[in-house]
Structures are given as C-alpha cells and as structure tokens.
Design a protein around this ligand. Sequence first.
Ligand code: GAL
Length: 407
Amino acid sequence: MHRFVKNAGMKAVTLTLALSAAAVAQMPVSHSTVAPTLAQTPPMGWNSWNHFAGKVTQQDVMDAADAMVKSGMRDAGYVYVNIDDTWEGERDAQGVLHTNSKFPDMKALGEYIHARGLKFGIYSSPGATTCAKYAASLGHEQQDADLYASWGVDYLKYDLCSFGTNMREAQAAHPEDLEFANRMMRQSYVTMRAALDKTGRPIVLSLCQYGWDNVWAWGAAVGGNLWRTTGDIRDSYDRMAELGFGQAGLSKYAGPGHWNDPDMLEVGNGKMNADEYRTHMSLWALLAAPLIAGNDLSKMTDETKGILMNRAVIAIDQDSLGKEGDRVRAEGPQEVWSRPLAGGGLAVGLFNRGGWNQPMSVSLKELGVKKAREIVNVWTGEKVVAKDGSVTAVVPKHGVVLLRITE
Ligand code: GAL
C-alpha cells in the first residue's frame, strides 16, 4: 500500500492507493555517487526564512555569516549559510536566471561566506515558481545548477510548491495511472540531483515537500540528503511539539547521508521560553535532525547562544553512529525518547508536554541499559545517580531533562 497525500488548502486529502511491487520498481531512482558521500552527519547552519522571510537581503546574509563566526557558532559546528526564497529575479533571453535587487552580487556573497570558513546554500523549486511566486527551476534544471555552482553554492533546498499543481493536473490527465504524479515528483528530484552532480561541485540536496507520499521511504533513493517530513514550523511550543513528537516511528529511515528533517529551528525567535527552546533543541538532537538556526544571529541573547551552542547537545545530534532516536514511551503528557550513540550508551530525553512541573522516572531496564557507568544531565552538566535502577527527575512544564548514559 502506498499513500499519496495532497494538501488542498486547509484540508488534507489522503488517497490510499494499492501499489504493486512492479510499479515501485519503476519509480525513478538516482544513480548519484556524490549524494551518499555528503552530509555524513545532519547538516548544521542557518537559513533566512524563519526570521527574515521575504524581506531577506544580501546584507542580512553577510551579517549572518559574520555573526556565525563572531558568536562561536561556526566553531560549534554550524557551517551552512542558506538563503531561502525571494532572492530570484527574471530569466534573460538565454534562460539564465538573475537575482532581484535585494541580492546585487551572488558570486561576491558566495566568496564572502567561503572566506569565513562557511558554506553557501540556496533555494529553488522543481516547479515554474517558488512558494513566494518567484522564478524556479522547471525546464531550467541544468542551467540553474550551473549557475549555483558558478556562485560557489554548496547546498540546495528544493521546495515543491507550484510543482504540486503540475502534479495534480498531470494526475487528473492520467486517472488510470495512480502513481503518475508520484513518479513525476521523484523524477524532478532525480533530474536536479543529476544536474547538481554534473557541475562537479558536491552540493547537498534538501528536499522540501512537507512529507508527501512518505518521502522518508524514498528520499535517499532519489538523491536527497535530507527531506522535510512535515509542514512548516512556527515559533510556538504547540507547533514545534506537534512536529517534533510527531516523528515517532521514522528513525529507521535516517542515517549518514540521508536525514529526516522536521524543519528548521525557531530557537531565539522569541515566542517560546527557555524550557521550550531546550525541548526543541533536545528533541531535534535526539532525532538526528538538521540543526538549521532560523533566528537573527546578529542579535542573540546569552540564553539563545547557550541553547544553540550547547556542545553536549550538539554532540548528540552529530553523533557519528548516525542513528536517529525514537520514542520509548508516551503516557499522557509525558514522553521518553532515546537515541543510541557511538561507542555504546545512549541519549535519553524525559519530556513533559503538560502545563505543570512533574516528576518523571525511567528505568535503565526499560532503556535496555544493563549497567550505566555514568549518567549526566546534559543541560546542567551534573552527574545523576540511578536509584533502584531508575532515574527520577522533576521536569518543568513544556521542558525536558536530557540525559547521556554511558554503558
Ligand atoms: C515553504 C517552506 C518554507 C519556506 C517557504 C518559502 O514551502 O516549507 O520552509 O522555504 O516555503 O516560500
């Protein structure tokens, strides 16, 4: 069985389609030898959308690059400086895409970013237009890939948007072939992956199609290094929690070179409190999620810096085993998640989704730990002692106690 999920305005229409093994076999796949060598740990960096959205300018991106270095974020592992939608201008008579007036010199911007030891990311869509209705890559894939490479681009976020309309129209014209639109979508990624590879530049490909058609099951096969599993995040605890805790069950699809992406970080954007942002960061680390900051890096409080740059939390996210964590248990507002780590041991999150502080307990047995040599409370750095084989802690409302257990 195969699910094809379409968003029709606010209503999600889900068609459950029977799919034969033969039909799956015909699905377009990438033969990229480049893609599997990239993003061996979840990408870390910054993206302009969550804070600047359509207002972003070249100067904002330069300021972000400077702040990434000055704040210590680069040294903590954040390297990609990614422009999201609204940089695009018009195509000329040869079909070459130009920037709009907000981005006067992309090549210079790429050099500016690289000169700071950082990497450069850009955004497009497989459709004719992006979500914000700017020009996108349909029919110009190689031309655009070549252009990006000439600017020194290292990362492409490829956002489905208007291509969804192309898919719906094509599907309506082929009612007998239930997988027509899905094949089209996959082909669009295979095409862009091949175009990127042909440039000779190793470019990370980030698929953004909000989790349609169970992308986690085939995102790597079409050459994606990461794929959004969800709709857009917002700077609210409820939305962040809905997306993050909604990842339960997806861990088996992620690994070095190919990651589930529950969307970018909202840490520091101001609408969640510190406990909630620590939940966001801890959950994303347990999920081996890309850590793409989405705040104004040039104006960070010490609290924001402390959350985004906590080395012990980042070490969990970037753990070299590359195994995504998953939910161990959910009981009412309490959730326990764990993630296996390289060298044995695991990271464990005790999450309190309720609106009041409450004690939570987890037994080592439940976590599959035979003998804990050391247990550390990751956010406080304090050692924790298990009593009668269990760890108990008071977890603040909407908060987390993140543990690192060494076996
Ligand atoms: C959405 C995407 C956002 C952002 C936006 C830009 O589709 O999920 O992350 O890229 O488009 O228009």
